[in-house]
Design a protein around this ligand. Structure first.
Ligand code: ZN
Length: 618
């Protein structure tokens, strides 16, 4: 083929499309930067504002422009190629109209105050109007874009740099303001294994060897056999873990971040001169926007990978959630694995000066559905691995985490997969503890391992959590270890609760004055009084987004639930007034509701009064 022939073909194609590639690139990039800037600034402005579910870090100020730049250029190139197939003329004005619509739609979806369809209709309307007005104004449009492009680049670079350095600047300020610490050498490592039900841990009696490293830590410390969470899902439970308050006191709930009413453990330890940091893999709720970062000088939730950066953007998230399942990928896009939590923690630890003790919260998210883990664990326990599409909170909002009915075989695959995720997580906990020992920090660090709630794995015909208060979602592990300070190999059978942790930590580091409610766990191994029973434990859950869930959901059927666990009973009372009563020490699976038996009725009356007393007292 001759060069002349090629040239004539190119000219022919260009004249047919009426679009030159250089103009397509210029207009695409111009709108990409504009859309990214607007998105980044809006998201950063609205994050943490009540009523807007925006979960990003200030880094969105560079992530959004970078992603939108690439996304718009690719869209522009796609249109450029498509223009060869479309007989209608596409000019720069039409392109500008289209990109205006996409920009507006992105902002409307980000802010989330309009229904998706309404946002789409509005954006198409505005985009069409702009496209009409700019049609045949290609020369003016091109000149305008050329002249203003450098301004957009400068603005994106400036805000991007601000976003990239904001958190470290804030951390330096925070640390500079810390008072001197009297607790040199007493570190606190608070490990939350999100969604871990206690009865799948070997040292809690599970028949599978799921947790070699957690068991070893338990042998070196105190294991609480009967620990119960104060709620069956992440936010209220973490809020109780950090404030020592019950959910009806701290009020952090489905649409309400933890407010500033009660001090948090991180805040109080910072006032005692601690360097405080959190590394969270649950980027849905263990985030600054939900009020959990108060008191932390460093809070790392987002940005663990390129994939996580992408899903922080509006269109990145939409594309990931719509395309990935069609390709057979059902995992959480950009899910932060335990190895990444460890790496983030040690990278922070190694960059800090050792002059201060640390308080670190590690939240691991490997056990949350879908129960998918790293390839090297795929043959653990069984040969069948879940695809991740049966129990899945993000891809099945309408069926509420599960297909309508699962066979016993399917449920077993989900259980095998959950256990496999736990074995992986345990291996990473082993690595965490040995890296700590390599740094000589194992002797002077109080290590606490627990979980924010358990998980229904087909029990009571339920999956997931946050939809009931049955024991499988409340019974969590609690292990404390501190060489020389906490006895080894002790197992505590009494009932205890997560909200007792803040007070206990303060007592252990020798700080007598604390703002947290009393009821220390230390008395269970120190030989102090009232060892015979624990104090009744209040747990609560409101229906939230499961209000319209299927009728097998207790929260959909009866509204909000409150439960009281005593050494003898588990009493569950719904907003609608229905009561359930289980003699849990004998009936751990809670299959036999005794509320309507003669003895049960008497017990229910007493437990109702007790529940009222506890709620009123708070
Ligand atoms: Zn959770």
């Amino acid at each position: 083929m001759s060069t002349a022939h090629l040239d004539s073909k190119q000219v022919n194609l260009t004249s047919r499309s009426h679009l030159r590639i250089s103009k397509v690139l210029l207009i695409s990039a111009w709108f990409g930067l504009l859309a990214g800037l607007l998105e980044g600034i809006t998201a950063n402005f609205l994050r943490g504002v009540s009523g807007f579910a925006i979960r990003v870090s200030p880094e969105i100020l560079w992530i959004a422009p970078a992603f939108d730049l690439a996304f718009f250029i690719l869209t522009g190139l796609g249109l450029f190629l498509a223009s060869y197939l479309i007989p209608r003329r596409i000019d720069a004005g039409v392109l500008a109209g289209l990109f205006s619509g996409i920009t507006l739609l992105g902002l409307l979806l980000l802010v989330g105050q309009l229904q998706q369809l309404a946002a789409l209709v509005l954006s198409v309307g505005v985009g069409t109007q702009i496209g009409r007005r700019l049609r045949n104004k290609e020369p003016q449009l091109t000149v305008f874009a050329q002249y203003t492009f450098t301004v957009l680049i400068a603005a994106a670079l400036f805000t991007g740099m601000l976003g990239a350095t904001w958190d470290s600047w804030r951390e330096r300020q925070f640390v500079a303001d810390l008072p001197k610490s009297d607790h040199r050498g007493t570190n606190v490592l608070f490990i939350v294994l999100d969604t871990l039900r206690a009865d799948h841990i070997s040292s809690y009696g599970y028949q599978r060897r799921t947790t070699l490293n957690i068991d070893r830590l338990a042998e070196r410390g105190v294991l609480f056999e009967n620990t119960f969470a104060n709620s069956s899902w992440t936010l209220p439970s973490h809020a109780s873990l950090l404030t020592g308050r019950f959910p009806s006191e701290h009020k952090a709930d489905w649409w309400d971040p933890l407010d500033g009413t009660y001090p948090t453990l991180a805040e109080v330890l910072a006032k005692n001169g601690y360097r405080t940091a959190a590394f969270a893999a649950n980027t849905s709720y263990v985030t600054p926007e939900w009020g959990l970062a108060r008191g932390f000088s460093h809070f790392e939730a987002y940005g663990s990978s390129l994939a996580d950066d992408v899903v922080r953007t509006v269109y990145g998230r939409k594309l990931a959630l719509n395309i990935l399942p069609r390709l057979g990928y059902f995992d959480i896009p950009g899910r932060k694995r335990a190895s990444q939590v460890n790496d983030e923690f040690f990278s922070w630890l190694d960059s800090t000066d050792g002059g201060r003790p640390f308080f670190v919260l590690l939240n691991y998210f490997d056990l949350h559905d879908p129960y998918l883990t790293v390839d090297s664990f795929h043959s653990k326990f069984s040969d069948t691995v879940t695809r991740g599409d049966l129990v899945n909170f993000q891809f099945q909002p309408h069926t509420h985490r599960r297909t309508p009915s699962l066979t016993a075989k399917q449920i077993q695959v989900e259980i095998d997969s959950y256990d496999r995720c736990l074995a992986y997580l345990d291996a990473e906990i082993g690595r965490l503890l040995s890296e700590l020992a390599n740094r000589g920090l194992d002797k002077n660090t109080l290590v606490i391992i627990t979980s924010d709630h358990g998980e229904s794995l087909g029990n009571h015909d339920l999956f997931g959590h946050g939809n009931s208060l049955y024991l499988e979602t409340l019974h969590v592990p609690l292990i404390l270890s501190w060489p020389g300070k906490i006895p080894v190999g002790v197992r505590v059978p009494q009932i205890v609760s997560l909200h007792q942790i803040p007070y206990t930590v303060m007592e252990l580091i020798g700080e007598a004055s604390t703002p947290f409610p009393g009821n220390s766990l230390v008395r269970f191994w120190s030989g102090a009084a009232d060892k015979a029973t624990g104090t009744p434990i209040l747990s609560e859950v409101s229906p939230g987004r499961f209000k319209a869930g299927p009728p097998n959901y207790p929260t959909a059927r009866g509204g909000g639930l409150k439960s009281l666990i005593t050494s003898q009973w588990h009493f569950i009372l719904s907003e609608s007034g229905s009561a359930e009563l289980y003699a849990w020490p004998q009936d751990r699976r809670e299959l036999d509701n005794l509320a309507e038996t003669p003895a049960g009725r008497v017990a229910v009356e007493g437990l109702k009064r007790r529940l009222d007393e506890i709620i009123k007292k708070n």
